[in-house]
Design a protein around this ligand. Structure first.
Ligand SMILES: *Cc1c(COP(=O)(O)O)cnc(C)c1O
Length: 331
């Protein structure tokens, strides 16, 4: 089962970003990002014996919570930097979010995406007017490509998770959730590079003291779990999993200390559990949730962490899955 860290083995919370930054981000995105609904399901409650609150970020603009951090980070740029533009690298949802948030704020944007990113995500990014540069994720270093482009064209690099304004923006989803439903005993958040988990932990710590915050990763790529439990950032090869938004290979240097200071544990689920969760959301709750978006829910629905009798928040992080792929998963 899980092995919570002893309080005295936890590092101090880094000085920034703070919950105040999450509050400031929520003011910047107000009226622009959707205040997504909180969904409930008697069936899911009956299955788990808990009271579950699903924050439906699959219904966020551009289809994932990433719009929050992207919009906040672009809104914080000085005027000169906004004129020159931004560059982002992403397996999909951050790319779409930067493309869309940049379009809304009139900022030029270049997006670096892997050649094997889901076709729908590449098409959507282009649809939002982003200039797309493709790379081979098994042989090329996207960060190096990003640095080169930013040096050559004066673009500001906005990373998908390891950035204070991105973390603060991502924290606004959990802030809205807790403000709407009240105290939570537990909060489950999917974990890639840790922007969403770090921001959510800041919000939960401030608004629902004592709430235990769990990160959930694909079993094939448990670098976050190993990092959390060992206290050192562990790097792994690109994991093979249907959770394409969590194929990150290491946690960020800004996200990790926040997660380590505030999270309870990091747990893992299998791809089969993600498919079951996707089917549950389609059949029972009539919503499309992408595989990565099902991570947190899969941990709860499969009892990876027992939740009986608890008030439990679950972030459904995104809904961007090709309809054909979705049909294959559910077949
Ligand atoms: C990016 C993403 C994640 C992982 O978020 P991190 O901030 O990198 O941990 C999870 N789910 C979806 C749908 C995503 O797009």
């Amino acid at each position: 089962m899980t092995t919570p860290l002893r309080q005295d083995s936890r590092p101090d919370l880094p000085p920034s970003p703070t919950y105040e930054d999450v509050v400031a981000a929520s003011q910047r995105i107000a009226g622009v990002a959707h205040r997504t609904p909180v969904l409930t399901s008697r069936t899911a409650d009956a299955l788990t014996g808990a009271t579950l609150f699903f924050k439906a970020e699959n219904l966020q603009r551009a289809g994932a919570f990433k719009f929050r951090g992207a919009y906040n980070a672009i809104a914080r740029l000085p005027e000169e930097a906004r004129k020159r533009g931004v560059v982002a690298f992403s397996s999909g949802n951050h790319a779409q979010a930067i493309a869309y948030a940049g379009q809304l704020q009139g900022v030029p944007r270049v997006i670096i995406m892997p050649q094997d990113a889901p076709a729908m995500k590449v098409a959507a990014t282009k649809g939002y007017g982003g200039e797309v540069v493709l790379y081979d994720r098994y042989t090329e270093d996207r960060e190096a490509i990003g640095r080169k482009l930013s040096a050559e064209r004066g673009l500001t690099l906005i990373p998908p998770y390891d950035h204070e304004d991105v973390i603060a923006g991502q924290g606004t989803a959990a802030k809205e959730l807790i403000e709407e439903v009240g105290h939570l005993d537990m909060l489950f958040v999917c974990l890639g590079g840790g922007g969403l988990l770090a921001g959510s932990a800041l919000a939960a710590h401030a608004l629902s003291p004592g709430c235990r915050v769990y990160g959930v990763e694909p079993e094939a790529g448990n670098d976050g779990q190993r990092s959390f439990r060992s206290g050192e950032i562990v790097r792994i090869p690109v994991p093979t999993t249907i959770a394409d938004g969590a194929q990150t290979t290491y946690l960020g240097s800004r996200t990790f200390p926040i997660i380590r200071a505030l999270a309870e544990d990091v747990v893992t689920v299998t791809d089969a559990m993600l498919v079951d969760a996707m089917r549950f959301f389609a059949e029972r709750m009539k919503i499309v949730v992408e595989p990565t978006g099902c991570l947190a829910a899969a941990a709860v629905l499969n009892g990876i962490v027992p939740c009986r009798g608890k008030r439990v928040g679950i972030v459904l992080s995104g809904g961007n899955v090709d309809p054909q792929a979705f049909a294959r998963f559910l077949a």
